[in-house]
Ligand binder design. Sequence first.
Ligand SMILES: [Zn+2]
Length: 500
Amino acid sequence: MTDINFYGGVDEIGGNKILVKDNNSSLFLDFGMSFSIANKYFSEFLQPRKANGILDFTEFGLLPKVKGIYREDYLNHCGLTSDSEPSVDGVLISHAHMDHSAYIHHLREDIPIYITSESYLILKTLEDTGSTSFGEMLNLKKSFNLTPKKNVKKGPENRRSKGAECIVERDIRVIEPYKEFNVGESKVKSVPVDHSLPGATAFLVDTGDEAIVYTGDLRFHGRRREFTEKFVKEAKKFNPTTVISEGTRINKVNNVGEESIERTATKLVSNIKGLAIVSFPVRDLDRFLTFYNVAKNTDRVMAVSLKQAYMLNLFDGVGYPRVDEVAVYIPRKDWGMMGDECLACLEGNWLPSSKLHSYHTEQDYKNWERKFLNWDNSITYRDLREDPKDYIFGCDFFELKELIDIKPENGIYLYSKTEPFNEEMEFDFHKVRNWIDHFNLPLITEGMHGSGHANGVELLNMIREISPEKVYPVHTENKEKFNVLNDDGVKVVYPELSKK
Ligand SMILES: [Zn+2]
């Protein structure tokens, strides 16, 4: 008998943590963060305490109280005992959005994490370039480890010491599309789907007595729609008893495709003489590609952030432009030397000038950023100020301050992101508007964003076509919209938030 326990994604968009369990094996489908609960109790400067291990998270139901899944260093530090063996056989990650993957951080390092190669590269980018406290997705730094440096045990070969920290690699298993693998006694197949970032996958899970299709997040109107179409065929062939389906946009009927955004943006950008500025999510390489194309269509060069450059470098031209096909924008940091004449160099100061200059500039940047400093196609605010009509500048929320240096005139600001849907986002969006107004730029949202999710008509047709015995709507605030499927012989079962 197979049990399905929902620890998130119930009556909310995101936070998916679904435990599929039978007598012989158990696995999690995703292990993501619930934005709605996290935003309810926490904010940028009111964060869960690391010192309290998982307890600040379990307090509000952000993490489920499941035994045998959490990392030993956290459990021990907050006075809980850890089990010798993990209680689950693996965690299947559908894609690298935080509401599906963020809480991997809290898991034991010996639980196998199954992800696609693209998801791996995205998580690697976030881990290598991020500075958040709970971002240990691929490598785990043993916290509260007081072992002095020279005595750090050289344990199994996946352990290595770095300073006083002991870094342990997680058991990451990169999966291939359409290739079956075992998790415990269950047979699993990853079937790629299209979503608003590379590497999204659905899973077909055969536990022996249940055949479960988990959609992850998907859409039929992106650049790789044929993936999702093929998924529907594969899922139908699988003859599932159960579909666990996302329903983010079950109440919507429209779609905006990348091609349409490209056309609209090309028209807008061709009509301006100044800098075109665009804000889109760094993980969404398809959206990046859209604006890369807009830049080409309008004889401009796409200028990306260091983080975006790092990600493109990891993808190495597979499916997306290479990092040397874009300009890399280097922001000024503490010393602020980049893009400025170094006064010490000009005045021939007491240190050999070039040495001082490179010392000042290098010192400002993190290791992962340094390789782009002397890149042929690196640019600074000066390039954007002097030749604004040559560029489209990818400028996210935290990069807005660059506009003070760039001083854009006769430009345009394209907001290519989901519209704000909660108070925090409203608040940030309000700030964006203030900045953009301050610089007298028109702010365009209309036609600039297409969702990562299929609409209601597409979702219902998809489930009718797959034709399972029952469907659980998750990742939605409108589960009742699935009810029409009861007339087609598909039993709609509302998932309940599991407490045990
Ligand atoms: Zn997603």
